[in-house]
Design a protein around this ligand. Structure first.
Ligand code: 4AD
Ligand code: MG
Length: 454
């Protein structure tokens, strides 16, 4: 029978079974009488030890090559592993030239070095582990929404709107436009962009579904070299109808974070332990802390006061009305003893047209919230949406967006309900729970300014 490394390692009943296994060689140790191999097939952080005869047929087996092994799975005498595979037949499927192969046996390569090989990076233990966690996290997030009665909506990748209004759009254009055929620009002569957020499409759906979510790629033309920005990233977004309180939205945000993280600790403990041991020491303890404590809440105005009282010299001076910079966000989290903090009620002018007006006097704010987390800063952004047609219309007029968003105003005419929602950057989530410094190391194929490899 064919078995995965994971299943083979789990067979601890002591019975000897004949199995066939395929994978890639993670280590080779040849002795006079035996050849020890460690095989991995992506199913587990652990490798399976193969014990073979060092005969001529096996002499070409090297670090990185792909092999098929048939043999008997037996109880191992070594303390480090439960089972090992006594090879009866070992076949090299694809040889690997160890001189040219960029990764070397027994060497720990830096993330910067490994990043240079996007086509081979999945061979390294760390990236392989990351990809398994990423896959489990995706499933756990889907599970969270399913359990809580949300409908999954596929929001479009190509859109005509700039949801965030920040002008960070990539325009979609046909590559085969020929002047002879009449200069066809853009998307068949209509303006079209890669989506920055699925929010507005979710808001359409929240006119008929009380709970919806989407989870897909989003795009930002931010010319940023930061360790937390990508040009293409995955966003988890939810929209909740019939709510008038930001607390309801915050409760879902906190619950999504904690439920997903708890699921990961039970679904892939070995991979999480691997990160906590080799990538970010102490991460396990930080996770426990994040899970055990109720997240803090602080108003934007309080946050500015805290920052102004800080002894820490900031690059950007904190002042009421200014957006919080990464350095400010990180300081605020430290101030809250590394417990995630919801910052609520931002100045209205800082937030996009859809954010609900708090109508609260000279320091005019919107019912918007960001969740700030250790090491990263902003992980979630959310708000109540302006559902009152009169106020929305005035806001759109002020911003010169009335024509563009006539359909959005329309939604407020036909059975409109108070609603709100949020978006969580999936890569930032992975960075946060795994303690990964650079966002480029938590996505299979990173796209950022001046780089689109593969
Ligand atoms: O704060 P943002 O821009 O909010 C929205 O797009 C809302 N429309 C979401 C909603 O309410 N449905 O983005 C949400 C999150 C941020 O908090 C951040 O975690 C992540 O998306 N994010 C990025 N992640 C990686 N690279 C970038 N360039 C990112 N920009 C935002
Ligand atoms: Mg934001």
């Amino acid at each position: 029978i064919r078995m995965s490394v994971r299943d083979a390692l789990a067979k601890t009943d002591g019975s000897s079974t004949v199995i066939k296994l395929q994978g890639w060689v993670r280590s080779v140790r040849a002795q006079k009488e035996v050849l020890f191999l460690h095989i991995n097939d992506g199913s587990s952080v652990e490798n399976l030890q193969i014990v073979a005869e060092p005969d001529l047929k096996n002499s070409g087996v090297s670090f990185g090559s792909s092999v098929e092994v048939q043999g008997i799975l037996v109880k191992s005498l070594h303390k480090k592993q439960n089972v090992e595979l006594k090879a009866e037949d070992l076949r090299i499927i694809g040889p690997c030239d160890s001189v040219d192969f960029p990764f070397k046996l027994k060497e720990r390569h830096s993330p910067e070095y490994v990043r240079q090989f996007p086509h081979l990076r999945c061979r390294t233990p760390t990236f392989s582990s990351l990809l398994r966690i990423r896959s489990e996290a995706t499933a756990a997030i889907q599970e969270f929404f399913k359990t809580n009665g949300y409908t999954h909506i596929h929001t479009p990748i190509i859109t005509s709107n700039d949801c965030e209004g920040a002008g960070e759009l990539f325009q979609v254009e046909a590559a085969n436009k020929s002047p002879a055929a009449g200069e066809q620009t853009s998307f068949f002569d209509v303006p079209a962009f890669l989506t920055v957020s699925g929010q507005l499409h979710l808001e359409v759906m929240s006119g008929a579904f009380s709970r919806v979510f989407t989870f897909g790629p989003t795009f930002r033309a931010e010319n940023s070299q930061s360790r937390r920005h990508l040009a293409e990233f995955y966003m988890v977004e939810a929209e909740i109808s019939f709510t008038e309180s930001l607390e309801d939205i915050m409760q879902v945000m906190e619950s999504l974070f904690k439920t997903t993280t708890t699921a990961l600790l039970t679904q892939c403990p070995e991979d999480i332990n691997f990160f906590s041991k080799y990538v970010s020491p102490g991460q396990k303890e930080l996770l426990e802390k994040l899970l055990q404590n109720k997240f803090t809440v602080m108003s934007y105005t309080e946050a500015i006061n805290v920052l102004q009282k800080a002894k820490c010299p900031f690059h950007y001076k904190p002042e009421w009305g200014c957006d919080l910079q990464t350095e400010h966000e990180k300081y605020l989290v430290k101030h809250c003893r590394d417990i995630p903090v919801f910052v609520i009620n931002y100045p209205l002018e800082l937030k996009p047209f859809y954010a609900r007006d708090n109508e609260d006097g000279p320091q005019h704010t919107a019912a918007a919230v960001d969740l700030l987390v250790p090491g990263i800063g902003e992980l979630f952004g959310g708000s109540l949406r302006e559902e009152r047609p009169y106020i929305l219309q005035q806001r759109l007029d002020r911003l010169g967006l009335r024509d563009t968003y006539q359909w959005y105003l329309d939604l407020r005419q036909f059975g409109s309900v108070p609603h709100g929602g949020f978006g969580m950057g999936f890569e930032r989530y992975l960075q946060c729970i795994l303690g990964v410094e650079n966002i480029k190391d938590v996505i299979p194929f990173p796209r950022f300014s001046h780089s689109c490899l593969l």
